[in-house]
Design a protein. Structure first.
Length: 208
C-alpha cells in the first residue's frame, strides 16, 4: 500500500516537473538561444541592435518605470487595506474580503477586458465621468492608466499575503509597546512594520 502511494506521488511529481520544463524552461531557453545566435553563430549583435535603437531602449525604460511604480503602489494599497481589515471590525468587512479574493482569482485576460469595458474610451465609467459629471476621462492607455490598472489588479495578492502575516502577529507585542509608552502610529513603525518586512519583500515575487 505504501509503495502504491509512493508511486502515485512520484508519478505526480514527475508530470509536474515535466510540465514545468515544457511550459516554462523550454520557452526561456528558446528565447535566449535566438537572442544569442545571429546568422548561425554565437553573437551579441541582437543585443547591440536592441540597445542602440532609441525605440527599444525607451520601451525598456518605460517597462521598468511601470513595473517599479505599480509594485510600490500595490504594496502601499495592499498593506494599508490588510492593516485596516486585520485591526478593525466594520460592517461589510467579510463581503469586501470576498470581493478582493475574487479579484485576485480573475484571469489576466478577463481583468484586462473588464478594465477596457469600464475605463476604455467608450467604457461605462468613462461615459459617466464625461457625460454625467463633466469630468475628464481616465486614460487607461497612458502611463497613469497602466499603473492604475496594474495596481488594482495586483494589490489583492499583496493584501492576502500581508493580511495572513498580520493576523499571526501576537497582540501582546502591541500591548507591551503601549505599556511602555508607545502610542498612535509609533507601534506600527516599531513593532508591526519590522515583522512585515520579509512579507513585503516577498510579496512582489507573486507578480512573477
Amino acid at each position: 500500500m505504501e509503495c502504491k502511494k509512493l508511486n502515485i506521488w512520484t508519478t505526480s511529481s514527475f508530470f509536474i516537473f515535466l510540465t514545468y520544463l515544457v511550459f516554462l524552461v523550454y520557452p526561456i531557453v528558446t528565447v535566449l538561444k535566438q537572442a544569442l545566435i545571429h546568422e548561425g553563430q554565437f553573437s551579441l549583435a541582437n543585443f547591440v541592435t536592441f540597445f542602440s535603437k532609441v525605440y527599444y531602449s525607451e520601451t525598456l525604460v518605460n517597462s521598468f518605470k511601470v513595473s517599479i511604480t505599480a509594485t510600490v503602489t500595490s504594496l502601499v494599497v495592499g498593506t494599508l487595506l490588510a492593516y485596516l481589515f486585520s485591526m478593525y471590525d466594520f460592517k461589510g468587512k467579510k463581503f469586501l474580503q470576498i470581493l478582493i479574493i475574487i479579484a485576485s482569482m480573475s484571469a489576466p485576460f478577463v481583468g484586462a477586458y473588464s478594465w477596457v469595458l469600464l475605463l476604455g474610451r467608450n467604457g461605462v465609467i468613462t461615459k459617466f465621468l464625461t457625460n454625467a459629471l463633466h469630468l475628464p476621462a481616465i486614460d487607461i492607455y497612458g502611463f497613469k492608466g497602466i499603473v492604475l490598472v496594474f495596481t488594482l489588479q495586483l494589490f489583492p495578492l499583496v493584501f492576502l499575503y500581508v493580511a495572513g502575516t498580520m493576523n499571526s502577529i501576537d497582540n501582546s507585542l502591541l500591548e507591551a509597546a503601549e505599556s511602555m509608552g508607545s502610542f498612535g502610529f509609533k507601534p506600527i513603525v516599531t513593532v508591526v512594520l519590522p515583522l512585515l518586512v520579509p512579507t513585503l519583500l516577498a510579496a512582489p515575487c507573486l507578480y512573477l
